[in-house]
Ligand binder design. Structure first.
Ligand code: ASP
Length: 405
């Protein structure tokens, strides 16, 4: 069986096992989750997180040192960021339109009973921008701060160019390290079917069904918006003459990991491997675009923040004025860039959007209870959006080379 098939099958089995446990064996869930499912899932997650920092750093150095023309780095960055802005806005509109049409907030009664979790506070936008520049690169590595690591890698690449031949031993060392990490990735991925089974069955088994029933329209609406956006991406790919079927098949392992772990960061090593292997993306574009996208590109977060804001406005009977809608749109796009690729990141950023739009922060507590159920879907979209944008950038570059010849 291919790895992508194994991951898909174990995700399905994990969902079925979670539902059966939740419905028929609630008494054994706490013990089973504490001693088996959670530890197994966490070991896998930690194993894959182990690879993220070295893979980002070494792939960027290997990819970018192979680019001879330094203007190209700037061009790739601007092209990618402009693709991000356009697709983020589309995702946001899809999320808000789905909430406006389905009106999930109007179907909920007894708001008071729903409050289950405390709202956490997100980081301010300006602070986030400033924090991209690391004061200590070793700290960036040890804390796994992706944007800071990318910043550090780019500075080192500039240094390598300036030093010239004397930098060759360092570049050879990084290349060799990159090969080793690639092999470790394949070893860890052998355990992915067990890991995603444990993670997904734990999430589903431990859900409180009463809360799920109350918020069913919210959950269904959000998942529907994610599915619509996936089809929009397929249209974008078709427009760029990239086969959506080939794209889906090539990146299926990365999507499976994203769905199972709810972490874009965890899917990163596999996404880079899928891009360079089955998808045949250019090495430097795969390493650069997918690393940057893992730090910045969150279509799922755009959908979720836009959808949530309208849901909360409906729930608390807040009138949708043009100012409110524009505030939600601007803050969502900005906040999506600073949402980390780890489980639970989106919900932390929600306070920034709600505050910007003047919506009640109590709304966060209401949706937090079911966030883990929809998070896998939006993380899958985050990774799909990231890899689709990288594929479009790759095509854009190739087209230019073809027309120049
Ligand atoms: N868990 C998501 C991710 O890793 C982020 C989010 O919460 O929206 O991409």
């Amino acid at each position: 069986m291919k790895l992508s098939t194994k991951i898909t099958v174990s995700l399905l089995l994990g969902i079925i096992a979670g539902i059966i446990l939740n419905l028929f064996f609630p008494s054994i869930i706490p013990g089973l989750d504490q001693y088996v499912l959670s530890p197994v899932g966490k070991i896998f997650l930690r194993g894959i997180q182990f690879i993220v920092v070295p893979i980002v750093f070494t792939s960027l150095i290997v990819g970018f040192t192979s680019i001879k023309n330094s203007e190209k780095v700037g061009r790739l960055t601007w092209r990618l960021l402009s693709l991000y802005i356009v697709t983020n806005l589309v995702a946001l509109v899809v999320g808000m339109a789905t909430a406006a049409i389905l009106k999930p907030g109007n179907s909920v009664s007894n708001i008071g009973e729903l409050s289950t979790q405390k709202a956490a506070q997100g980081q301010g936008i300006l602070d986030w921008l400033v924090s991209i520049v690391p004061t200590n690169p070793f700290e960036s590595f040890s804390t796994g701060n992706l944007l800071q690591i990318i910043f550090t890698a780019i500075l080192i690449i500039v240094g390598i160019r300036l030093v010239g031949e004397k930098a060759n031993p360092f570049v050879s060392f990084v290349k060799s390290f990159h090969e080793i990490i690639g092999k470790i990735t394949s070893v860890v991925m052998k355990f992915s079917p067990i890991g995603v089974f444990a993670l997904i069955s734990s999430v589903i088994a431990t859900q409180g069904l009463e809360l799920v029933q109350k918020l069913v329209m919210y959950i269904v609406g959000l998942i529907l918006a994610v599915v619509i956006m996936i089809f929009v991406y397929f249209l974008f790919l078709t427009f760029m003459k990239i086969s959506p079927v080939r794209f889906w098949k090539s990146f299926l392992p990365a999507f499976g990991i994203a769905f199972g772990t709810s972490s874009s960061n965890a899917a990163l090593p596999v996404a880079i491997e899928n891009a360079q292997g089955p998808f045949k993306m250019k090495k430097e574009i795969a390493s650069f675009a997918i690393s940057l996208g893992t730090a910045l590109k969150r279509d799922g977060a755009c959908i979720m923040q836009g959808f949530n804001a309208l849901f909360i406005a409906q729930l608390f009977d807040v009138e949708l004025t043009p100012t409110l809608i524009v505030s939600v749109m601007i803050s969502t796009v900005i906040v999506s860039f600073s949402t980390a690729g780890v489980p639970g990141a989106g919900i932390i950023m929600m306070s920034t959007v709600l505050t910007a739009a003047g919506l009640p922060l109590e709304g966060i507590a209401i949706v937090a209870g079911v966030d883990r159920l929809t998070e896998g879907f939006r993380t899958l979209l985050n990774v799909l959006g990231n890899t689709a944008n990288a594929a479009m950038l790759d095509k854009w570059e190739n087209k230019e080379v073809e027309s120049a010849n």
